[in-house]
Design a protein around this ligand. Structure first.
Ligand code: 16G
Ligand code: MG
Length: 552
């Protein structure tokens, strides 16, 4: 059946669009791993069209609220980005990504009209349906202007909206799910920023209730000079008195140029160095959030200033081991299984540890949260983390029911069960969340009475290196499907050469994939020795440089 465009609505759209003209670029914009992301001054029209798509998506989803988040995460301050959040707080359904792309690339009113018609007809969107969008932005100055572009689209399409101002990305995901479950048996949480803190702090109190004592050492949080700083401070106000001793550094949100600049999770992970303002002594526990607080990584220095990283793989293994123990102690191990989902960037040693020590199954997916999330959501309990610190633990309906119904046979069983139940509320079920993951890690360390030293001792990382090569056309680099991006299909000559190089190193592993967020290809390498790893990655980069572009 054909659906017709509402002419009045479309007139209003064209009128509103006049204020937000498309940037005069030849290249097409693309909806990548995490939405659109680019220099903020190119984004006005893109955000405007995202407003149109979000409105249509809400109509398609029976008037449920759709989220729009304006952020460029760990990118420099001059960038910005925008992404769409689906009704249960998950990433936009991938079938809709091409619609978003199509709309952002419409260059004339006719093209815009065709896109609108195309979406209405292919996705079968009823014009008369209710529509609602809720949105927020990070601390970037360009966010305020982009919000105006978004509102213009929402007003033109007669879409009800709520502007939540400045939030972390996971807080917006929380609010989307909370908004759409408000009338259900089990609402996700109160529909307010305050409700988010209340939910987390209550769950945290319950989760540490059976720990012998709270962590006895302080923890310092590097907030990347971004939105995580004010939000972490608010969270702390809600935590039980004296539960954690938290210091905050890099909280200068009033100076945009400091955002992610020599600080934050991405800087620490990629440069394998401590951030600016680091004052830690040997074995002090530190962690870094990224610019929109959906990633977290931990680290410390040993005596002699040796830097030690406790990245997403470490958080995944810590969480899986702890949850596995709780499930066993609660007497639920016959009923509930746990799986870990990783990407090819996970250190080989972590995968080996999960399989051999924790005896859990590991599955690999392509890079990008949506891929990991999707696989983890099919498990009873799915633990997923990218090495870069983005991840969460998903509890299926089935697992939650089993925990609810289970009658503990002893005090020990009861305590394990209560802690497990608390974790289902503590851990953000929509997306990786640095604040929630922070409380999770602190809970586990308290229960285990571990310092960073014991945590690091669980296994030894293989030396690894991630490099970036600038190429003339990254789209020439495509992966073989089903290989979790570990093998290139094109350019045809590259993979055989990588294989040849890798074969010369003990425990060597190396893969190349096109970045979804930058104009570059990434080269990841691992080997038994540090100098081998350096050598391996340098050789592959050289080859790519000579083959398809320039290496930095
Ligand atoms: C985005 C993804 C992250 C991924 C990264 C890879 C989301 C929310 N974020 O930040 O999961 O690791 O892109 O970047 O999906 P790359 O494609 O440039 O290597
Ligand atoms: Mg981020």
């Amino acid at each position: 059946m054909a659906y017709d465009i509402n002419e009045d609505e479309f007139k209003a759209i064209l009128k509103a669009a006049e204020d937000w003209p498309r940037a005069d670029t030849l290249a097409d914009f693309s909806y990548g791993t995490a939405g659109f992301r680019m220099r903020a001054d190119l984004l006005d029209y893109v955000v405007f069209t995202v407003g149109l798509v979000a409105s249509l998506r809400s109509r398609k989803c029976a008037g449920n609220a759709i989220g729009v988040m304006i952020t460029a995460s760990h990118n420099p301050a001059e960038d910005n980005g925008v992404k769409i959040v689906d009704p249960m707080g998950e990433m936009l359904m991938s079938d809709w990504e091409p619609y978003a792309k199509f709309m952002a690339n419409a260059r004339t009113p006719e093209q815009l009209r065709n896109c609108f018609m195309h979406i209405i007809n292919t996705a079968q969107v009823h014009d008369h349906n209710a529509r609602k969008v809720i949105f927020a932005r990070d601390t970037r100055p360009s966010g305020a202007r982009l919000v105006r572009a978004l509102k213009a689209a929402l007003e033109a399409t007669n879409t009800e909206y709520v502007d939540y101002g400045i939030l972390t990305t996971p807080q917006l995901h929380y609010l989307v799910k909370a908004t759409n479950t408000v009338k259900m048996d089990k609402p996700y949480g109160e529909v307010s920023e305050e409700g988010y803190y209340k939910k987390l702090s209550k769950a945290f109190s319950e989760a540490i209730n059976h720990a012998t004592r709270p962590p006895s050492t302080p923890v310092t949080v590097d907030c990347a000079n971004g939105v995580g700083a004010p939000k972490m401070k608010k969270l702390i106000e809600h935590l039980p008195e004296g539960a954690l001793d938290i210091q905050i550094v890099n909280d200068r949100i009033e100076s945009p140029e400091d955002l992610n600049n020599h600080c934050g999770a991405d800087f620490v992970k990629t440069s394998q160095r401590v951030p600016q303002s680091f004052t830690g002594k040997a074995f002090d526990r530190w962690c870094s959030l990224d610019g929109d607080a959906d990633r977290i990584i931990y680290y410390f220095v040993e005596e002699g200033k040796v830097f030690r990283l406790l990245d997403g793989d470490r958080i995944a293994t810590l969480a899986a081991a702890f949850i596995g123990e709780l499930v066993r102690k609660a007497g639920l191990d016959e009923v509930i299984t746990i799986a870990i989902v990783q990407t090819a960037y996970a250190n080989g040693a972590s995968t080996k540890y999960v399989e051999q020590n924790l005896k859990l199954k590991v599955e690999f997916t392509n890079t990008g949260v949506k891929h990991l999330h999707h696989v983890a959501a099919m498990k009873d309990i799915g633990v997923y983390f990218e090495a870069n610190g983005h991840g969460t633990v998903l509890f299926s309906e089935r697992a939650v029911k089993a925990m609810r119904k289970h009658q503990p046979q002893s005090t020990a069983q009861m305590e394990a069960l209560e802690t497990l139940r608390a974790l289902t509320d503590l851990i953000n079920q929509t997306v990786g969340d640095a604040l929630s993951d922070f409380l999770l890690v602190e809970t586990i360390l308290a229960h285990k009475e571990w310092t960073v030293k014991e945590w690091l001792a669980t296994y030894t990382d293989l030396p690894n290196k991630l490099a970036k090569c600038l190429v003339t056309d990254r789209s020439a680099y495509t992966s073989v499907p089903g290989t979790a991006e570990q093998r290139l299909a094109t350019p045809a000559r590259v993979q055989p050469k990588i294989d040849e190089i890798v074969s010369k190193y003990r425990d060597g592993r190396c893969f190349v994939r096109a970045s979804g967020t930058e104009d570059a290809v990434r080269v990841y390498g691992e080997a038994a020795e540090v100098y081998d790893t350096e050598d391996l990655v340098a050789k592959v980069c050289d080859f790519i440089g000579s083959y398809g572009g320039k290496s930095p």
